[in-house]
Design a protein around this ligand. Structure first.
Ligand code: C2O
Ligand code: CU
Length: 460
């Protein structure tokens, strides 16, 4: 069946199957990948659009013939997609129908603290709250997810994740693939028991060997022989994906904070937890019947099946979005990510998360360089551990990695960055916005719930 349809020379296509949990795995490429539903506002006011999203448990369809108990937005394992426009505010009324408190973080958004999902700022069970999203930022692929203190890894793992797309005013003129040819794809891993239940065992992240794309196991997606814009998000709580399309070119046009200055042509794409990459794939180079597998070294993630011809007038311009010049930084701060020496806990600058301690105080509007060092090297007590650094409130620029230029695709605005063991990544951000407290943390949520999180206070 599927083996015959694989493109020649695709070395990973079967590797993942052998490792995959035999219990409740589906045959690869037997399920169609859904595109998460775009949410309709419940109200359109002069000044904003109002949406409603409910936090609720649900039994969802992930594996064929089985029901998976999940914690969801609006009852589906992938929350609905909100499509907003830069400059047009959105309000979302979150109705908490869970039997416990929870909150929502719009990852990558420039919002006031009261709408940011601060870990201890919860919507009580049975209550609701309206969050304000001004969308006064560049067009970008954001996502919303749970940020409940100590529970975020489990809540996100069990389904509290969805896309929030901001379309920039500058995007239409670029004539990128749009409409049905602009498809958000959330990839992540999962570990199921025989009944279809999600197993979260922090000691066994490698057991999460079932890869999901938009909430289905290794699905297929039928495409026309033309260009598509795919907005990839890695929503895993630990796994970094090292993606390839069997050698086929993926043209990266955007990262976390939106469009890159110019497209980056690549055949491999590394995506750490919470990172986004938008790619354009031109299927017109492949005859009808071609099947292209998106995979990573431990197995296939999904397959694109070219099945029809459709005219295509979209383009990928050589210049996408000019970067503003870097402001002059007022100071440099150092952050060390690593297991705290005496304790068995994850920490930033040797301190684990404490809601009562402000770690960093920043005057609103200041530009700073943050130097992030990953101290969990091979010769440290617990061995080499990757970390990803995520900063709330602002998008940053990656200045360098160990003094060398940022990697291809890192030239634009970002909010999450992978820091390899022993590596130092320098970021620059301008902390414009709202006074109050925001967190920064490792976005391997297993580490973040175990203490690798700290907070900054923006002061007037
Ligand atoms: Cu995506 Cu603090 O989170
Ligand atoms: Cu980490």
């Amino acid at each position: 069946g599927n083996t015959a349809a694989r493109p020649m020379g695709h070395r990973h296509a079967l590797a993942g199957n052998a490792k995959m949990s035999s219990k409740a795995a589906a045959t690869p490429f037997s399920t169609k990948m859904p595109v998460p539903q775009v949410l309709k506002p419940v109200g359109r006011r002069t000044a904003y659009d109002l949406y409603e999203i409910s936090l609720q448990t649900a039994n969802v369809d992930i594996l064929p013939g089985l029901k998976t108990p999940a914690i969801t937005y609006n009852g589906s394992f992938m929350g609905p997609t909100i499509r907003a426009k830069a400059g047009r505010p959105v309000k979302v009324r979150y109705v908490n129908r869970l039997d416990k408190g929870a909150n929502v973080h719009l990852h990558g958004a420039h919002v006031a603290p009261s709408s940011d999902g601060y870990p201890t700022d919860l919507i009580a069970a049975g209550a609701s709250r309206v969050y304000d999203y001004p969308n006064n930022q560049l067009g970008s692929t954001l996502w919303y997810h749970d940020h409940t203190h100590h529970m975020e890894a489990e809540h996100v793992y069990k389904g509290m994740h969805g896309f929030y797309l901001i379309e920039g005013a500058d995007e239409q003129a670029l004539n990128l693939p749009s409409g049905a040819y602009d498809v958000p794809i959330m990839i992540r891993d999962a570990h199921f028991d025989a009944a279809g239940g999600l197993i979260l065992d922090v000691t066994q992240p490698q057991a999460r060997s079932t890869f999901l794309a938009n909430g289905k196991p290794q699905p297929y997606f039928q495409v026309a022989a033309r260009k598509y814009r795919f907005r990839l998000l890695n929503a895993s709580i630990y796994r970094t994906f090292d993606l390839d399309l069997g050698g086929v070119e993926m043209v990266q046009i955007a990262s976390d904070g939106g469009l890159l200055p110019e497209p980056v042509r690549r055949t491999k794409l590394k995506l750490a937890p919470a990172e986004r990459a938008e790619i354009v794939v031109d299927f017109s180079r492949h005859p009808i019947g071609t099947k292209l597998v998106l995979s990573e070294p431990s197995g296939p993630v999904m397959r694109f099946d070219v099945n029809r011809i459709v005219p295509d007038t979209s383009t990928v311009p050589a210049r996408l979005r000019a970067l503003p010049p870097l402001a002059t930084p007022a100071r440099t701060r150092q952050f060390k990510l690593g297991v705290a020496p005496s304790k068995m806990a994850y920490a930033i600058n040797d301190l684990s998360w404490d809601a009562n301690r402000v770690d960093t105080t920043i005057k609103e509007g200041t530009t700073e360089i943050w130097q992030i060092y990953n101290a969990d090297t091979a010769d440290s007590e617990f061995g080499a551990i990757d970390h990803t650094f995520h900063l709330h409130l602002v998008q940053f620029r990656v200045l360098d990695r160990d003094g060398k230029p940022p990697l291809p695709g890192e030239e634009g605005f970002k909010d999450t960055v992978l820091v390899n063991p022993g590596e130092t990544v320098r970021l620059q951000a301008t902390f414009k916005g709202y006074p109050g407290r925001y967190v920064y943390h490792c976005h391997m949520q297993e580490h973040n719930v175990a203490g690798m999180m700290a907070q900054m206070e923006i002061v007037p």
